[in-house]
Write a protein of this length. Structure first.
Length: 71
């Protein structure tokens, strides 16, 4: 059950922190925001990071949550 909780909280927390940080750069103007977005887009293996770091843990969280609720 601890893995279930972590698989729901950690990916969302990391994504939220990154999302808020990137959007907060807009306070410094369009160029700062565009630079922040470009930095993210240039990350190597961005799609793989999203898959392994966000999609798979959340899929596990959902599937295991259904298993727990049906038990």
């Amino acid at each position: 059950r601890r893995a279930h909780s972590l698989a729901g909280v950690l990916p969302r927390g990391v994504f939220l922190g990154e999302h808020l940080g990137t959007n907060a750069s807009a306070l410094y103007g369009r160029r700062a925001f565009a630079a922040a977005v470009e930095r993210i887009q240039r990350l190597p293996a961005l799609r793989a990071l999203e898959l392994v770091g966000i999609a798979l843990p959340l899929a596990f969280h959902g599937a295991y949550g259904r298993f727990i609720s049906r038990r």
